[in-house]
Design a protein around this ligand. Structure first.
Ligand code: KG4
Ligand code: ZN
Length: 354
């Protein structure tokens, strides 16, 4: 049995977890900063790193005690090295290095997106994943379509050319006056809305596997809000908040936006699945929590679609420990000068270059 301790602090959750053999969660502790950031309508980097510093030792201790293990019983420590907010990443990386040194345990630095991918290995571990698989990673910062032929082997088929899927949800949430984060609140509002009320633009009809959501976002802005009186100031800023058109149904806009975004994701993912002959489609990242996305993907393809349980969709450390298990068993070891990296794409070459 191999026990990996995971630490995740790339954005606005301070998280630690213990995972057995890359597939069984022994503990999974997440301290969310959502309430802290909701007042600002988004994540404030300085506020985030300070909150990580305050939370990390309590979260780490809780993860060990929930798993009923001591630091000595851990085989390796896995930490999110990037991509993410550099100040936030540094807190986790520094803590992990200190722990590795104090306990004399091996350390592995993990790509956050790879962590999201490995959340699928924690989902129904009794039903093994057979390569090749297609993975759609949809989070607040990323939208990536990956062909995975083996553990740690990623071919990037495409991704967003502008906003990430979660970012589009969050921005439209702000336009509609919904609380942060926009994703779950748009999904909730959409349940009472008519998804055909507005005909928002879908994916560009091209044969690439890239996505673009800025046109959709602008279409929602035009349909739902009053143009700013002072055009020199950006709509949605503090001095010039979004003003909804009178009589507009927030539920209808939310439902129509969600449908357009989901269809854009599903059309290209289903096409790629067919082209590359994969065994199943995996969806990961915060936006994979979205019920409409899950439903549409299952409707549009005959292949099995695997999606993590809700608590593993958004950021957590169990997924980092799961990815860490595979990297550790493949021989990865980092030493004490491991650094945090703000930008790092998930391709085999980019992993090996660091
Ligand atoms: O993976 P995650 O926790 O953090 C990043 O790595 O970015 O993803 C957070 C994103 C946010 O943009 C949030 O609005 C979105 O995931 N999200 C959702 C839902 N739950 C979270 N988007 C759509 N529907 C949801 N139910
Ligand atoms: Zn994430």
């Amino acid at each position: 049995m191999t026990l990996v301790f995971g630490i995740e602090t790339s954005c606005d959750e301070t998280a630690a977890a213990v995972v057995e053999d890359g597939s069984v969660i022994r503990s999974n502790v997440v301290a969310s900063q959502i309430e802290l950031h909701a007042r600002y309508g988004g994540v404030y980097p300085e506020v985030a790193s300070r909150a990580h510093i305050e939370a990390i030792s309590v979260v780490v201790d809780q993860a060990l005690s929930d798993a009923d293990v001591t630091g000595e019983q851990i085989d390796a420590i896995a930490v999110t090295r990037g991509p993410g907010l550099i100040g936030s990443l540094l807190v986790g990386v520094s803590y992990a290095k200190g722990l590795a040194l104090a306990l004399d345990k091996p350390l592995v630095g993990i790509n956050h997106l790879e962590g999201h991918v490995y959340s699928l290995w924690l989902t129904e571990p009794e039903r093994p994943i057979l390569f090749p698989v297609l993975v759609l990673v949809v989070s607040g910062g990323h939208t990536e379509l990956l062909l995975m032929r083996d553990h740690g082997v990623y071919e990037r088929l495409g991704g967003t050319l502008d906003d990430a899927a979660g970012e589009a949800f969050d921005k439209v949430g702000r336009m509609l006056g919904l609380p942060f984060p926009g994703g779950p609140n748009i999904e909730k509002a959409a349940q009472k809305g008519n998804a055909s009320a507005f005909d928002f633009p879908r994916a560009k009809a091209d044969d690439s596997y890239d996505f673009s959501f800025s046109g959709l976002k602008t279409a929602v802005l035009r349909a739902a809000t009053v143009p700013p009186a002072n055009s020199s100031r950006r709509a949605g800023s503090k001095d010039q908040p979004f003003v909804l058109r009178s009589g507009i149904s927030v539920a209808d806009v939310a439902a129509s936006f969600q449908r357009a975004l989901v269809e854009a994701l599903v059309i290209k993912t289903a096409r790629a699945a067919q082209e590359f002959g994969v065994t199943e489609i995996l969806i990961a990242g915060g936006v994979s929590a979205n019920g409409a996305l899950r439903e549409a993907m299952r409707r549009e393809t005959a292949l099995p679609v695997r999606v993590p349980p809700l608590e593993l969709c958004t950021d957590n450390a169990a997924m980092i420990a799961a990815a860490g298990y595979y990297r550790y068993t493949m021989g990865m070891r980092h030493d004490i000068d491991l650094d945090a990296v703000a930008t790092w794409s998930l391709t085999t070459a980019a992993y090996e270059a660091l």
